[in-house]
Design a protein around this ligand. Structure first.
Ligand code: AMP
Length: 505
């Protein structure tokens, strides 16, 4: 078996005339088209001076061309650095400076706004790509030959850097190798039974591991077709469902679809599998979905650094409120967060794992990397969990106080730092509060200085343009003091309890 991710994918491609992607307008992109378009992208990058090991950053709207760019980067032996489209120029500047990519690809409409960030980071080539097929990179690619000799890569060579939010406000770049991605795709294809008979509904963003690596790699490796939707829209998902067999989604997809009047057994009759992950799926949602459609959602658990870790079974019972069993070939354990001692079954501790799916460390952060691995090589996820008597993993909380809103991770510290810096503010605490639509709503609890009059509207206005939309608090509330424990730590659990009904969830 080749160690190169793309070569492993291409070895599984079916008859080249079969569709790999179907767009919202019904256009079909065949497997032959994927080979040709990714070759053109790879060659275009090479002509821009991209060498093996170089980084290529992209902050673009979701499109098939963006997927071809991903594959082209891999074929050229370079590393893809996908960036959330919601990131502001100031945020983009940090990533570009940290990862020093050779090429930065952005939306043509945002080029001027990002020029300063690219210049500050010393980027040699800024190229553009729009979802309508226009842009300088696509134009360059169309001039290139339709075949490309893939640059050889070993299993531990890197294929991408995915930035996760950092608790100290600095994002960390998770270095993901060819084997990390290929091993996970092989396993998931197998355990979720994906074949060339499958058609997947793809409504996830492609700057995150879920939509980019899990969905795209698994379907290409299975030789199936992917209905590639620009974003999640309940009406659109319902309208393509009769042509599809499967969907990978975040819990928000399922809560929104449950409110759709057309959702019933007949509407989902052609579907064989609904998968959920990236955030906790409420047991209630699982039950309601089963009642309405007859399908048990298959919940799985993973993170950027590790790809997928556990999954509920395809054949056995899919237990609501659990994330199932460790994937084949992945060792998972529950340990004491402080000492690392492995805990007996049933006890709550931090989830740790070891396997071919676990990343190679954080870019430019050797100390941070060392701190997150045990001496025996297990990665410390920071998620707290337990294993029940049947071996199912349960996630009980997040050690890191991460807020997950609509499937996106928000680290409170980053928002608190912004708010604390505002005149009239003493301090703030950002928490996640149950939200019927987003799973959790980012909520800021603010303490004002004596006599200060700064209000919700003023704080919200000051955060706009400073933080990506998904990080901006859905509500800002005021208290005279923050509750603290004897060690002086803010008791966020007390705040969560106090404001738990803020959104009526
Ligand atoms: P990300 O790196 O953005 O994929 O986020 C990873 C984090 O999402 C994990 O560390 C978990 O805290 C959370 N997560 C992912 N899947 C699940 C799940 N099925 N249930 C609960 N939390 C999850």
């Amino acid at each position: 078996m080749p160690s190169h991710l793309y070569q492993q994918l291409v070895d599984c491609f079916p008859d080249r005339a079969r569709p790999a992607f179907i767009t919202e307008s019904g256009a079909r992109i065949s497997y032959g088209d994927v080979e040709a378009a990714s070759a053109r992208m790879a060659q275009a990058l090479v002509t821009l001076g991209v060498k093996p090991g170089d980084r290529v950053a992209m902050q673009v709207e979701k499109s098939i061309d963006a997927v071809m760019l991903y594959l082209g980067v891999i074929r050229a032996g370079a590393l893809l650095l996908p960036l959330n489209t919601a990131y502001t120029p100031a945020e983009v500047e940090y990533f570009l400076t940290d990862a020093a990519p050779t090429v930065f690809v952005c939306d043509p409409g945002k080029r001027d706004g990002l020029a300063g960030a690219a210049a500050a980071a010393g980027i040699a080539h800024v190229e553009t790509m729009a979802s309508d097929g226009s842009g300088s990179l696509k134009f360059r690619a169309t001039q290139m030959p339709a075949s490309f000799a893939d640059v050889e890569r070993g299993p531990d060579d890197l294929a991408g850097i995915l930035y996760t939010s950092g608790t100290t406000g600095r994002s960390k770049g998770a270095m993901i190798s060819h084997e990390n991605l290929a091993s996970n795709a092989r396993t998931l294809k197998e355990i979720w039974r994906f074949t060339d008979e499958d058609t997947l509904i793809h409504a996830l963003p492609i700057y995150h591991t879920h939509g980019l690596f899990v969905a795209v790699n698994v379907l290409l490796m299975a030789g199936g077709a992917t209905i590639f939707l620009p974003k999640f829209d309940a009406d659109q998902v319902m309208s393509v469902m009769p042509q599809a067999t499967s969907m990978m989604g975040v819990p928000t997809f399922y809560t929104r679809l449950l409110q759709h009047p057309a959702l019933d057994r007949a509407a989902t009759a052609n579907m064989r599998l609904f998968i959920s992950g990236s955030a906790p799926l409420l047991a209630e949602t699982h039950r309601e979905w089963r009642e309405k459609t007859g399908h048990a959602i298959l919940e799985r658990y993973g993170m950027t650094e590790t790809n997928m870790i556990t999954s509920n079974p395809y054949d056995g019972e899919r237990v609501a409120g659990t994330v199932g069993f460790p994937l084949p070939g992945v060792e998972v354990r529950i340990a004491d967060p402080e000492t690392g001692r492995v805990l007996p079954q049933g006890e709550i501790g931090v989830i740790e794992l070891k396997g071919p799916n676990v990343f190679k460390g954080y870019w430019n952060m050797p100390e941070k990397t060392a701190a997150e691995f045990r001496p025996d090589g297990f990665f410390i996820t920071g998620d707290l969990g337990r294993v029940d008597e049947r071996g199912y993993y349960h996630i009980v909380g997040r050690g890191k106080d991460l807020v997950i809103t609509g499937g996106f991770n928000v680290y409170p510290k980053e928002i608190e730092t912004e708010i604390d810096g505002m005149p009239g503010v003493v301090e703030s605490a950002v928490i996640g509060v149950a939200h019927p639509d987003f799973g959790e709503g980012v909520t800021a609890v603010v303490v004002r200085a004596n006599g200060a009059t700064i209000d919700e509207r003023q704080i919200a206005a000051a955060l706009e343009g400073r933080l990506a939309k998904f990080k901006q608090p859905k509500k800002i509330v005021f208290l005279d003091d923050l509750p603290r424990n004897a060690m002086g730590k803010v008791q966020k659990n007390v705040l969560r309890e106090r404001f738990k009904s803020l959104y009526g969830a």
